[in-house]
Design a protein around this ligand. Structure first.
Ligand code: PLP
Length: 390
């Protein structure tokens, strides 16, 4: 396997039984994915099925309040409601070309599960989705959507009953079913080649943003901001700007409740390096190296690890990683609804909350793009509950 590290981060630390299917995915990524006929079929699906290109919306009311121009990259408008479909269509198509007949996936907020279920249905493949039992409860609308789309949803009762445990079970399932099944990994983490494969498929967000911005303003934006769970929407929008040092890049992690001693989902800010799910990266862990539970109001950010490329971008200093608390996330959610008529996912509200709470980071008149990674319909129950608790 080549190019599997980002600095010292990344790698492929997996049981031997997973090496053959990972090599198969790596070969497909290098040989099938770049081929013109594959790219044109994927482009057609992204355009005519998923709804690309997504708009870049200037928030006029919020920009007036903030004193700089706030733009939203509208991944919330994609089919199935989030950026996850960029990755699932790409991997499903790749799997089909590899001769697989089924997909397995993990999901946290359910958006990747819904994206995988839709891609499987569209391409005539079977689909099994593992989801932590706590997430099954808090994201029940997405569970229903996956079932209607033909997927089998398996609730995972082990561990913290969230995304980490769903990934463990999906990897186990893949070991036993690798001949027929592709593991459609949902974020830019996990063992090589997934961080590179998922980033390659999500880069469509950043490439489009760059072209749209240049077309509209004749220049690049001054800053790009994205929430970071495993890191796929963030690396997708950041990567095409990495060489443009005038563009400041901010990744935003979940601080959870934010009180000292309480759990959070901010491994880059509060973790230490270690190995989880096949790669060496920043992790929430105790002094013995045992993984600490994560916690966030948004199921999609509730993960104790992060993609290895983000660990490297933090270490190299190219991207700055910040944290926001649940309370600020909810306030940002309500503010965007009221000022701009857009209902954001709680994950994406983290990126927005950082900008709303730190306006002095951005010069007056500058242009700041927030990646609105998904829509908030799936989160209405959580927001209503938070209001009841007030
Ligand atoms: C809308 C949305 N944004 C962001 C994320 C976080 O994932 P990632 O960091 O891979 O973009 C999720 C995960 O489910 C999500 O549903």
């Amino acid at each position: 396997m080549k190019n599997r590290y980002f600095g010292e981060f990344g790698g492929c630390f997996v049981p031997e039984l997973l090496i053959p299917p990972l090599l198969e995915v790596e070969a497909a990524m290098n040989e099938i994915l770049p081929a013109p006929d594959f790219q044109s079929e994927l482009d057609d699906l992204l355009r005519n099925y998923a709804g690309r290109p997504t708009p870049l919306t200037l928030c006029s009311t919020l920009s007036g309040e903030l004193g700089f121009n706030l733009w939203l990259k509208r991944e919330d408008l994609l089919h199935t409601g989030a950026h996850k479909i960029n990755n699932t269509l790409g991997q499903a198509l790749l799997a089909k070309r590899m001769g697989k007949t089924a997909l397995v996936a993990e999901t946290g907020a359910g958006q990747h599960g819904v994206g995988t279920s839709a891609a499987a249905a569209r391409l005539g493949m079977a689909c099994t989705v593992f989801m932590g039992a706590d997430d099954v409860e808090r994201q029940s609308a997405n569970v229903m959507r996956m079932k209607f789309l033909g997927a089998e949803v398996r609730a995972v009762e082990s561990g913290t009953r969230t995304l980490k445990d769903a990934i463990n079970e999906a990897l186990r399932y893949w070991i036993s079913n690798q001949r027929t099944t592709h593991y459609c990994f949902g974020t830019a983490a996990g063992p090589h080649p997934f961080p590179t494969l998922v980033r390659t498929l999500q880069c469509v967000i950043g490439k489009e943003t760059r072209a749209q911005f240049v077309e509209t303003k004749g220049k690049l934006p001054d800053a790009v901001v994205a929430c970071v769970g495993g890191g796929s929407n963030a690396i997708g929008i950041f990567h095409p700007f990495l060489e443009d040092l005038s563009v400041r890049l901010f990744g935003v992690e979940a601080a959870g409740i934010g009180d000292p001693g309480c759990f959070n989902s901010a491994p880059l800010n509060l973790g230490a390096p270690g190995v989880l799910h096949g790669n060496y990266t920043m992790l929430l862990q105790n002094n013995d190296g045992q993984i600490e539970p994560s916690s966030s109001i948004s199921a999609g950010l509730d993960y104790p690890g992060v993609g290895p490329e983000h660990a490297w971008l933090q270490k190299s200093g190219r991207v700055r990683y910040e944290m926001v608390k649940d309370a600020n996330v909810l306030a940002a959610f309500h503010h965007l609804c009221k000022t701009e008529g857009i209902l954001p996912a709680l994950e994406s509200s983290h990126a927005l909350a950082f900008v709303l709470n730190h306006p002095l980071h951005f010069a007056p008149g500058s242009d700041v793009v927030v990646n609105l990674s998904g829509r908030g319909d799936k989160d209405l129950g959580i927001v209503v509950k938070s209001l009841e608790g007030e």
